[in-house]
Ligand binder design. Sequence first.
Ligand code: SF4
Ligand code: SF4
Length: 86
Amino acid sequence: MSSAKKHDRLAISTPTEGAAGQTGSWRVFRPVVDKEKCNGCGLCAMYCPDGAIDDDLVVDLRFCKGCGICANECPKKAIAMVREER
Ligand code: SF4
Ligand code: SF4
């Protein structure tokens, strides 16, 4: 893992209220991180368009839209997109 400070690897945007704010109940899939596979590289947090992954690599599901970009970009394939229970 690089020696970059935690905040150096985060997206510039941060979650906020507004038109694209909290997700509500429409998300179909949620990301689930396999901590055994994760190497802490932070790419998922950098690519998340909603800034929903914090500097401890925890997904804030209030803002996550379930787009799957984080899972797609993860070099360790450590993120599974799991269908939401209804
Ligand atoms: S991109 Fe994958 S390996 Fe890197 S921090 Fe995120 S979950 Fe872990
Ligand atoms: S599924 Fe999309 S919105 Fe949710 S944490 Fe991953 S990249 Fe961000």
